[in-house]
Design a binder for this molecule. Structure first.
Ligand SMILES: Cc1cc2nc3c(=O)[nH]c(=O)nc-3n(C[C@H](O)[C@H](O)[C@H](O)COP(=O)(O)OP(=O)(O)OC[C@H]3O[C@@H](n4cnc5c(N)ncnc54)[C@H](O)[C@@H]3O)c2cc1C
Length: 436
């Protein structure tokens, strides 16, 4: 069997490594670096385009649970991410370039994978996985529309700026994890009251990018939608003067010498060498000169060198429950499969999972995954028609309630996570021929 995979992103790379591991020959076609997207900057496979975080490692969180389930299912990308992780408290954050280089190396070294660089504009014949992501170019998007016959939905993301570590004023900023849990991975920018309100009003009044002509059409039709965890910081500031300091700039647990600040902006390491830091929660669609001006109002960042500005992007996905079979193939073309964010999952790890899921489906006979698991419920989400189908990420709300009610949230989540892992372990034992 030979399978063509279009797109060496997170989903396509995971699917290729899974298929190869099970003795299937793969032709993997990636358009970068010759043709790129508005968000990618390199030609490497599995490039992470916004945050460098794969979210929490803690088993009592939905993101942590999803990763634990994926490890049981034999996920290939997570160990590579682990090998290239950077300090980020309880989160699994990676040195994004080192991670992408390592994935590219694995793919090119794999004798069963033929890695080709070209933009695919027509769906090739034979068995094929389309994993071209939320920024699929127009030519292939048109083919997808023709194939699915379904309405395409669009929404928009904003990404956060990155600053150079040696330009941060550490006489003002300080290193500390919230409540001193974990290592001192984050750098904190402390705000006094007047500094905070000055920053908020600058954000509110800042000049932002106007939507392009084609995007405006969609504003009128469906409204402006953001990836939930990427709401632009200026949008949050507009919602209320104190929204930021009760949210992403919460000062609680970040006191210095017993002093609590009015607000604290956290910076997360972007690279293993700690040379660059990401402004946590500061995704923005402000114009670049405005970003520079407003960012320099942040205590400790007065002279910060901006290595990457925030920006705005289109995001595309299909209405999977209406167009796909349970094995993720198109109803109209059963040798053509879908994977990644295009299917209606949302997030890096969810996209990796989707690549794994589609590969396991192709390897054959994937019986339904346990309902008690995040993986099982994300799969169900992709197959269950709804009036207003929206992308889903890992969250405890997906899981069925426990048989015995537990009132305290942390204990309840832990019990749900324990149940999920137990069910997944059972499933893996019963299906070891598929995933071993
Ligand atoms: C701007 C932006 C920011 C995001 N930020 C986050 C975040 O911070 N955290 C998070 O968890 N999720 C984030 N997401 C959501 C999502 O997790 C990522 O987009 C994720 O990379 C999706 O994985 P994927 O494999 O489906 O697509 P991608 O990783 O985008 O991979 C698709 C690949 O296909 C290639 N390709 C596309 N079309 C063709 C073609 N016609 N021929 C050949 N190759 C093609 C692309 O070059 C790319 O390499 C973000 C999404 C966007 C758009």
């Amino acid at each position: 069997m030979n399978i063509t995979i279009i797109g060496a992103g997170l989903a396509g790379s995971e699917a290729a490594l899974q298929l190869s591991k099970h003795g299937v020959d793969v032709t993997l076609i990636e358009m970068r670096p010759e043709t790129t997207t508005p968000a990618h900057t390199t030609g490497f496979a599995a490039e992470m385009v916004c945050s460098n975080s794969l979210k929490s490692r803690l088993p009592g969180t939905a993101a942590g649970l999803l990763k634990s389930e994926l490890r049981l299912l034999g996920c290939e990308l997570l160990p590579i991410a682990q090998a290239h992780s950077v300090p980020a408290g309880n989160a699994l954050a990676v040195d994004r370039e080192a991670f992408a280089v390592a994935v590219t190396q694995r793919l090119t070294d794999d004798a069963r994978i033929s890695f080709i660089r070209a933009e695919v504009k027509e769906i090739p014949s034979g068995k094929v996985i389309i994993a071209t992501g939320p920024l699929t170019p127009d030519a292939l998007t048109e083919k997808l529309i023709a194939l699915s016959g379904a309405e395409h939905l669009y929404f928009f993301d904003a990404i956060a700026p990155i600053v150079a570590a040696d330009s941060i004023d550490m006489r003002i900023c300080f290193k500390k994890s919230r409540y001193d849990k974990g290592d001192d991975d984050y750098i904190n920018c402390p705000f006094e009251k007047d500094e905070y309100y000055n920053f908020v009003s600058a954000l509110r009044e800042g000049d932002k990018h106007e939507a392009k002509e084609f995007e405006n059409k969609f504003f009128e039709n469906i409204g402006f939608r953001f990836y939930e965890n990427c709401i632009p910081v200026e949008e949050l500031a507009r919602r209320g003067e104190d929204t930021l300091r009760y949210g992403v700039m919460r000062p609680v647990g970040l006191e210095r010498d017993g002093k609590r600040f009015y607000g604290v902006l956290q910076l997360r390491p972007e690279t293993a060498s700690l040379t660059a830091y990401n402004l946590v929660g500061c995704q923005t669609m402000l114009k670049y000169p405005e970003q520079k001006r407003i960012l320099h109002l942040i205590p400790g960042l007065q002279n910060a060198e901006i290595l990457r500005y925030g920006s705005i992007h289109r995001n595309t996905y299909l209405n999977s429950p209406n167009i796909l079979n349970p094995d993720m193939s198109f109803r109209e073309k059963s040798d053509c499969y879908l994977a990644g964010q295009l299917t209606g999952v949302e997030g890096y790890v969810e996209s990796i999972y989707s690549g794994l899921l589609t590969a396991l489906n192709i390897l054959g006979k994937l019986p339904s995954l346990p309902d008690e698991t995040i993986c099982g419920q994300l799969r169900r989400h992709l197959l269950t028609p709804s009036k207003n189908f929206q992308p889903a990420n890992a969250n405890f709300g997906l899981l069925p309630p426990l048989e015995t009610r537990i009132r305290a949230k942390p204990e309840r989540k832990k019990a749900m996570a324990d149940r999920a892992l137990e069910k997944m372990e059972e499933w893996v034992t019963q299906n070891n021929k598929i995933i071993e």
